[in-house]
Design a protein. Structure first.
Length: 196
DNA sequence: GCAATGATTTACT
DNA sequence: GTAAATCATTGCC
């Protein structure tokens, strides 16, 4: 079952980030469907400095974050990696959830080809840049709506116990000062596909 | 118009 | 452990 857009339009991005753990991200790229269960997320809000839309300042890059919840936000980082986010909240309230790692569940052979036949399957999707490459995500998928048929998220019926969810500070945003310490990163405890 | 810089990954010493 | 790869976006001139 696809998650309804009402799921993404709620006002608490941190809660949504936590609830996305265990859901399954699907893409349909080049006629091939691939999917991975979300095992690591981070929340971003205009209220804190780690966010591209800090201060609710709109630019060409982050414009899609001002759309209503349920859109995708894909952008290029370090000149070579695509990062995948899910926009949340209502129109003109820029908040998003970064998907940092997934566990492959469908189309694994295609992911291996896209990633270049790795020796270790645990490296397939265990990082924000890796999973986008494995799932065929690039900026052509920026601004898509998750109710469409190119990229979407399903509830596979898996119930995640709160005991299995770990909170920690977000990664790679030292420039955000005090906001870098917010415990807005969520991981599935003990999962083999978490980023390092 | 131009220089600085990442929500990273990979390879090499 | 350190560094290179590599480029769109950003902010300042």
């Amino acid at each position: 079952m696809k998650l309804p857009d009402s799921f993404y339009r709620r006002t608490n991005v941190v809660k949504i980030a936590r609830e996305l753990l265990g859901k399954v991200l699907f893409t349909n790229v080049g006629g091939i469907i691939t999917a991975g269960m979300i095992v690591e997320t981070e929340a971003y809000s205009w209220r804190e400095k780690g966010c591209h839309a800090y201060g609710a300042k709109k630019t060409n890059r982050n414009a899609v974050m001002f759309e209503r919840g349920g859109h995708t936000y894909v952008y290029l980082c370090y000149g070579m990696h695509h990062l995948f986010n899910i926009v949340t909240n209502e129109t003109n309230i820029p908040e998003a959830v970064l998907i940092r790692a997934v566990q492959p569940v469908h189309g694994i052979e295609e992911m291996m080809i896209r990633r270049g036949n790795l020796k270790n399957e645990f490296h397939l999707t265990s990082g924000p840049g890796k999973l986008t490459k494995a799932l065929g995500i690039d900026r052509k998928l920026n601004g898509k709506f998750l109710m469409g048929d190119e990229v979407w998220v399903e509830d596979a019926g898996r119930r995640i116990s709160s005991r299995d969810i770990l909170e920690s500070p977000r990664i790679g945003i030292d420039y955000a000062g005090d906001d870098a310490r917010l415990p807005w990163r969520f991981t599935l405890n003990g999962n083999d596909w978490l980023s390092k």
